[in-house]
Design a protein. Structure first.
Length: 88
């Protein structure tokens, strides 16, 4: 049973990290949501979705306490959902 909480709210990503020497990829490192800062561990998954001329990137990240799905559309960051660690 998965306890995913849907959020769909704009957030601020205040730090990034980079991975993969050959094809440099950026990942969120820290975000601000509802007045709190969340620092992600440096492991995550990135999905690139293209439809016609639109491109969106999804990120599955964790801070060790919960898992977070973020969406970046090259204009803004959106926190899509949170899964508490008890549900992981």
């Amino acid at each position: 049973m998965e306890f995913r909480k849907t959020i769909n709210q704009e957030v601020n990503v205040t730090a990034m990290y980079f991975r993969n020497k050959n094809q440099l990829k950026s990942f969120p490192k820290r975000m601000e949501y509802e007045g709190h800062q969340y620092e992600f561990v440096e492991s995550g998954l990135q999905y690139q979705i293209k439809k016609n001329d639109q491109e969106v990137r999804l990120f599955d990240m964790t801070d060790g306490k919960a898992s977070y799905r973020l969406r970046f559309d090259y204009k803004k960051w959106t926190l899509v959902s949170i899964i508490p660690s008890l549900a992981i």
